[in-house]
Write a protein that binds this ligand. Structure first.
Ligand SMILES: *Cc1c(COP(=O)(O)O)cnc(C)c1O
Length: 228
């Protein structure tokens, strides 16, 4: 018989051992508080959620030194629930959203770090920008002259859910190229622009090979439901 939190510890230890230079975001969406506490008790401080209200509820009851990451599609009217404490929003996919985050940053007297989310997969269901849309944001009057309470520190993307390793690697390599081009053109003097958030349970090893700096892993950490 095995205790559930022991399994969470083992999974985190196994994963961190093979990703030493990459930041692990433990994706705790739909997981109970106890699971997050189990991961926290073995030293994990970065957690990712994809629903603003669920995240705000968890924030209230969990230790305040947790670094919270927002990884889902974010509606502009939900930004206010996470703006006071969010560490990084991975999923900026429009200027309108970025402006809403900036307004909430101003209200909370802080600068909110963001990633531009790119659409790199072959699936219709995934959100994100293409390179032209990203450039429209970066060249916009609003972004250049008015947004002072948001900061873009990199890019994020999700590969197609497939067994085709070549395709997965191609998509991650595409995101890395987009990242490099944007860095060169808009952030060449900005050392903070350095994050490449790519890789989930099924594909993080390929993402790391292609240059990921942050992996977002849920299932592979919480999957085994052993009961005492
Ligand atoms: C759920 C989710 C993850 C984690 O996926 P797993 O397969 O459970 O590791 C990562 N990124 C995003 C954007 C997600 O929604």
């Amino acid at each position: 018989m095995q205790h559930r939190s022991t399994t969470i510890h083992e999974n985190i230890a196994r994963i961190t051992a093979i990703i030493p230079h990459v930041k692990l975001i433990v994706v705790s969406k739909q997981r109970p508080i106890e699971d997050i506490q189990a991961a926290y008790s073995c030293g994990q401080r970065r957690f990712g959620e994809n629903k603003a209200l669920e995240l705000a509820d968890k924030y209230k009851v969990l230790p305040k030194d947790i670094e919270w990451h927002f990884i889902g599609h974010l509606q502009t009217n939900k930004v206010k629930h996470i703006a006071p404490f969010i560490s990084l929003i991975h999923s900026v996919d429009s200027l309108k959203l970025m402006e809403a985050i900036d307004r909430e940053g101003l209200k909370n007297n802080r600068v909110i770090d963001c990633l531009l989310q790119f659409y790199i997969a072959k699936e219709e269901t995934k959100f994100g920008l293409d390179e032209t849309e990203a450039i429209e944001i970066l060249e916009s009057e609003s972004y250049k002259n008015h947004l002072r309470h948001t900061r873009i520190i990199g890019v994020m993307g999700m590969a197609t859910f497939t067994d085709d390793v070549k395709e997965i690697k191609r998509e991650f390599a595409t995101l890395k190229k987009i990242f490099e081009r944007i860095r060169q053109k808009y952030f060449s003097t900005a050392p903070f622009f350095r994050e490449l958030s790519m890789g989930m349970s099924a594909d993080y090893q390929h993402a790391i090979t292609e240059g990921s700096t942050m992996v977002r892993i849920g299932t592979d950490i919480f999957k085994r439901d052993y009961i005492v």
